[in-house]
Design a protein around this ligand. Structure first.
Ligand code: NAD
Ligand code: GLY
Length: 347
């Protein structure tokens, strides 16, 4: 078992352990006093893992009910959130009880926001079951739902009380979802850790599971460090957005269908590196993402992507902050006007 302590405004532990799902009762009862929880999950994860979690909690006298919604980003909205609130009222959940997010980033984001807002805030535990959720979304306290105006536009910062990552749960992930998480892992190598990048480029989608525990631990520890320095996303935390400005634009251009977030991030990282860094680094990054069946670019014309970039919520008073990595393990934040960004991307 590995343990990472996150020292944010409300500190918490991240436990990384194969088979940890069956020990959640023990882990949670050490972190929280309450004996009553609601597990929030999606239909796929529910079929795979809910029963084991309910049993593990029951072994430690924690009573739980399960709220299930249809899997996918289209459920991360105010309507599902309202159903969650109704369920919590129906089960008489009080401020001393807690929620458990069992699933990927969609489950984690909406459960976190329910926990931030229900009764003005109750505790919640993250049990991430996708690679993306383990290395990124379950850590750092960003919670949100989507509205018609855009993704993640309504949310709050709410740190979990505990995170339990069981890399055995990743074995049931479809390969496209594993690739999606690998895009974020490659991002961590690029922005902070040249050795992590080397580890990833020396494996591929068929054997990365052999080093999964090391990979998950290293990625989470990088995110911990970044979040501890800038919990509320005012500066350094922006480096986590490497590849994301163009990535989100590509996802938007595809209407968020048939194009995953990881594919967007991968293409975004490669495109910005190709334009603004050395050919050697660009080729190395492209070779690495290809090993995980991720794209190096997009068929979308750059001119059609730029309007999406200027709508990006990472814009700040008319400017765009973009991230480049001049070498593996090193990130720089650059702030330019939208017009300057467009010139850089078109040039
Ligand atoms: P997801 O939650 O939609 O999960 C992807 C798919 O995998 C779903 O169909 C799910 O049912 C299935 N699944 C989950 N675990 C499984 C398992 N172990 N075995 C088999 N299938 C499984 O997507 P995601 O990629 O995990 O997360 C994407 C979401 O995360 C987006 O909404 C994004 O905005 C958000 N996000 C949030 C943050 C943050 O800091 N809060 C960071 C990055 C992304
Ligand atoms: N996923 C970006 C962040 O947590 O800031």
């Amino acid at each position: 078992m590995k343990n990472i302590k996150v020292r944010t405004s409300s500190p918490y532990d991240i436990i990384i352990e194969r088979g940890g799902l069956d020990k959640c009762g023990e882990f949670i009862s050490s972190a929280l006093k309450s004996k009553k929880a609601v597990i929030i999950t999606d239909d796929i994860v529910d079929r795979l893992y809910s029963q084991r979690l309910v049993k593990s909690l029951a072994d430690y006298d924690i009573k739980s009910d399960v709220f299930v919604f249809p899997n996918g980003e289209q459920s991360k909205n105010l309507s599902t959130l309202s159903d969650i609130y109704d369920f919590l009222c129906e089960k008489n959940i009080t401020r001393s009880d807690f929620l458990i997010a069992l699933g990927g980033g969609v489950v984690g984001d909406i459960t976190g926001f329910a926990a931030a807002s229900y009764l003005r805030g109750i505790d919640f535990v993250q049990i991430p079951t996708t690679l993306l959720a383990q290395v990124d979304s379950s850590v750092g306290g960003k919670t949100a739902v989507d509205i018609k105006g855009g993704k993640n536009l309504v949310g709050a910062f709410k740190q979990p009380a505990l995170v339990v990552c069981d890399s055995d749960t990743l074995k049931s992930l479809p390969q496209t979802e594993l690739s999606c998480g690998m895009a974020e892992a490659i991002k961590y190598g690029m922005i902070r850790d040249a050795d992590l990048f080397r580890l990833i480029e020396n494996h591929d989608i068929s054997d990365i599971n052999d080093v999964m525990d090391e990979l998950v631990y290293t990625c989470i520890d990088i995110k911990r460090d970044v979040v501890e320095h800038d919990e509320f996303d005012k500066g350094e935390r922006m480096i986590l957005n490497f590849g994301h400005t163009l990535g989100h634009a590509i996802e938007g251009w595809h209407n968020y269908t048939d194009y995953t977030h990881g594919m967007g991030v991968s293409a975004g990282m490669c495109m910005i590196t190709e334009r603004l860094c050395s050919k050697a680094l660009s080729d190395r990054l492209k070779n690495c993402v290809k090993r995980y069946n991720l794209p190096t670019g997009t068929e979308a014309p750059i001119g059609e992507l730029l309007p999406y970039c200027s709508k990006d919520k990472k814009r700040d008073a008319g400017d765009i902050n973009y991230i480049i990595c001049p070498e593996t393990g090193k990130a720089e934040i650059h702030r330019v006007t939208v017009a300057e960004f467009e010139k850089l991307m078109e040039g």
